[in-house]
Design a protein around this ligand. Structure first.
Ligand code: NAD
Length: 508
């Protein structure tokens, strides 16, 4: 749903909602209390819009993680044994309050991340939808199956695994946090959340809202800090039984190693270099709009973005020319302006990385086409124009590496086999998109794509009961529907004899 607020209204709201973060450091929320770091250390949070200082944030380390893990472990007994219907009621209240606060959340997210209001207003509401979806499933989360054989009745049941750690990135932090935290809470787990250091604010708003909704103290704790300190300690803590992580593939590898001594269960949603394959029999108008949407929305900072467009050579020149025209019409502007599509990138380091791909593309022999810029962009912000790399080959860095910005690489292909070969020739395997009017081809290509999710003749449209996740270096495990509960719960099988089976007699 598009935001109904004007830029002026959003700016006024931002001033009002962000003032608290500038006035005093944002502390951790542990056991229902705001607490500074044991060390007293803080880090600074800067605006992607103009580089100004938004506020200081407590920098957690092992001591703060330990306090949060203890709080989560103590709260686990009450929360995990509470009837599912009661958990459902509390989680619906969280969803109600997210909806009531949706504008505050969206404004805060825009200023903290540079993502535009156009998408963040919908993302806040999607956060509420995530809570409602899993709240409704809380009462039946522990249900199992009946698997009888001739001589035994077998039945399964599920129990929450224990306190869990949730580690999230900065691209759409509020929505992603709810996507991981809502099923954990619905399952009966308690949570220690370590949000990304570049976007700490809406994690705090979520925890505050949850407390207001009646979530008992200690059930959802937030510890801020850097990945190498707070994040690492969370993955190593003995009391934390599982880590749900969303972020870069290389960080996933580190987390797997860090969690090995305590045998952590891990769930990883990692990077992507997702293809959108356009065959010459496709509905070109729809394919163009979807390709533009899937790379230039959310600043291109989206794990499921279609960052490689593979176009059949018979239509390549025409398609790419029209793509470039559409890309040039994508507006860059203030993230709080409801008409902006692209805002500033999250951080100067990320900005430099994304922009470096212009030189990399040129050096590798591709052509760089740039879109609009914003003439009135404030100084000191991380402002970029959308980019299109044409004439690329799949072995170029712009085709292999996750840029995680508004940058699309266009590659021609000859036929179905060539399209599949190029699509799969990357180390990632998160999502794939394909456009064709041939049903048989759609089914064959969907089957051959090395990806956890495929959309045929569609952009990414999420249906929450369906599985979400990736293959190869894009992830381990699936979220969504019952898959989320499988991760956050232990399954037990009970086998009851009918006293009719033979028991071997050993000896006399
Ligand atoms: P990142 O891996 O740098 O950081 C993610 C989180 O991990 C942060 O909270 C960070 O502090 C923490 N972290 C860093 N080092 C750690 C360590 N050693 N131990 C524990 N925690 C540590 O990722 P990012 O740059 O914040 O996010 C962008 C990445 O996220 C992209 O690769 C993107 O594709 C991916 N992503 C994936 C999905 C998905 O569903 N597959 C969704 C969104 C984003």
């Amino acid at each position: 749903m598009a935001s109904t607020h004007t830029l002026e209204e959003n700016l006024t709201a931002a001033e009002q909602h962000l003032a608290r973060f500038a006035a005093e450091p944002l502390h951790h929320l542990i056991n229902g209390e705001l607490v500074p770091s044991v060390s007293g250390e803080t880090f600074t949070n800067e605006s992607p819009i103009d580089g100004s200082h938004l506020g200081d944030v407590s920098a957690g380390d092992a001591a703060d993680i330990d306090a949060a893990a203890i709080a989560a472990a103590e709260a686990f007994g009450v929360w995990s044994t509470m009837p599912g219907t009661e958990r459902k009621a509390i989680l619906h209240r969280v969803a109600d309050l997210i909806e009531e606060n949706a504008h505050r959340i969206a404004v805060t997210e825009c200023v903290d991340t540079g993502q535009t209001m156009r998408f963040m207003s919908a993302a806040a509401l999607r956060g509420a939808a995530n809570f409602r979806f899993f709240a409704d499933r809380a009462p039946a989360a522990s249900d199992g199956q009946s698997l009888p054989d001739a001589h035994h009745i077998n039945y399964t049941s599920r129990k929450a695994i224990g306190p869990v750690g949730v580690i999230t990135p900065w691209n759409t932090p509020f929505m992603l946090s709810t996507w991981k935290i809502a099923p954990a809470l619905a399952a009966g787990c308690t949570v220690v959340h370590k949000p990304a250091e570049w976007s700490p604010y809406t994690a705090h708003l979520l925890a505050e809202i949850a407390l207001e909704a009646g979530l008992p103290a200690g059930v959802l704790n937030v510890v801020h800090g850097l990945g190498e300190t707070a994040g690492k300690s969370l993955t190593e803590h003995e009391a934390i039984k599982a880590i749900a992580f969303v972020g870069e593939s290389s960080t996933g590898s580190m987390i797997q190693a860090q969690g090995a001594p305590t045998l952590k269960r891990v769930h990883f949603e990692l990077g992507g270099k997702n293809p959108v394959i356009v065959f010459d029999d496709a509905n070109i108008e729809r394919a163009l709009d979807a390709a533009v949407f899937m790379i230039y929305s959310l600043n291109g900072e989206r794990c499921t973005s279609s960052s490689r467009v593979l176009v059949q050579e018979s239509i390549y020149d025409d398609f790419v020319q029209r793509l470039a025209e559409k890309m040039k019409g994508v507006p860059v502007g203030h993230p709080l302006d409801p008409s902006s599509v692209i805002g500033p990138l999250i951080h100067p380091r990320h900005y430099e990385k994304v922009c470096s791909f212009k030189d990399i593309a040129t050096a590798d022999g591709a052509t760089v086409v740039e879109g609009a810029s914003w003439d009135d962009a404030p100084e000191g912000g991380n402002w970029v124009s959308p980019m299109l790399f044409t004439g690329a080959r799949n072995d170029m860095r712009v085709a292999q590496e996750e840029i995680f910005g508004p940058a699309l690489t266009a590659i021609p292909f000859t036929d179905e086999a060539d399209a599949i070969k190029i699509a799969n020739d990357v180390e990632y395997g998160l999502a794939g998109y394909l456009w064709t009017s041939d049903v048989g081809r759609a089914l064959r290509v969907s089957d051959a794509l090395e990806a956890g999710m495929v959309w045929v003749n569609s952009q990414n449209v999420r249906h929450l009961p369906t599985p979400f996740g990736g293959t190869k270096r894009s992830g381990i495990g699936r979220d969504g529907g019952d898959w989320s509960f499988d991760f956050y719960m232990e399954t037990k099988n009970v086998s009851v004899a009918l006293d009719t089976h033979t028991i071997p007699k050993l000896g006399t």
